[in-house]
Design a protein around this ligand. Sequence first.
Ligand SMILES: O=C(O)c1cc(=O)[nH]c(=O)n1[C@@H]1O[C@H](COP(=O)(O)O)[C@@H](O)[C@H]1O
Length: 273
Amino acid sequence: MNFMQALRTRWSEADTMVCVGLDPDPSRFPAVVRDDPDSVFAFCRAIVDATADLACAFKPQIAHFAALCAEDALERLIAHIHDAHPDVPVILDAKRGDIGSTAQRYVIEAFDRYDADAVTLNPYLGRDSIQPFLDRADKGVILLCRTSNPGGADFQNLDCGGRPLYQRVAETIARDWNEHGNCALVTGATFPEELGQVRRIVGDMPLLVPGIGAQGGDVEAVLREGADASGAGLMISSSRAILYAGSDDDYAQAARAAANQLRDQINTYRSKA
Ligand SMILES: O=C(O)c1cc(=O)[nH]c(=O)n1[C@@H]1O[C@H](COP(=O)(O)O)[C@@H](O)[C@H]1O
């Protein structure tokens, strides 16, 4: 099953639009994990196993592993997800983007080395920098459009021929880059009006929506502005608010409770949408 099929199956059959972000930070690990020599893997695996049935996708953030020299833990974690929870696709959050010859190597990194089902990318270098990813039709290509951070507007909202740049990005990707139907866009929960503008431009293209939880995004506004015509279409991503919901021995259960609460909240507004 390709990434888009797997995602749509999670939306319908598992009834969840929660994307569980995996951003390990050892300074926030509970004491029970901290002394484990393989703590990054042990922590993330416990979170994954506790939340898999509630997740439409997992999104490990590569810098959170690379900064700890824990790429090996990331490889094993993704292998574990495929093995133990084969229905839940994995988005490698790498935000790559470079000239074609280097992009080819990033494709190998994401899809062959890490065996991810989808990857986040920065479209700033243009079509040829993304083409090697687009060519992998079974994989998801998730492009930054209107990011959740305060400085996202610095460039993304600049006027570009009468419309903000992020709208041009959405338009071009939906019209020209999505030949294989494998594109999705990143639109932060912290700017729901812009999220709505993107939804109106891209039809039912899936949107990855970070910014819920620690960054303060509003779930109701995200559903109101971002749901597609079927009431789905979203990967609503939360990392810290799930990962560090608890700090005691039962941290995985606390993470599960947080993910469950987010799923229920999303589904409440989804049914009203
Ligand atoms: O591509 C992303 O995932 C992303 C895009 C964006 O606009 N904003 C954003 O926060 N992210 C990522 O989403 C995660 C958000 O983490 P929390 O704020 O802890 O939920 C981090 O891993 C960010 O790198």
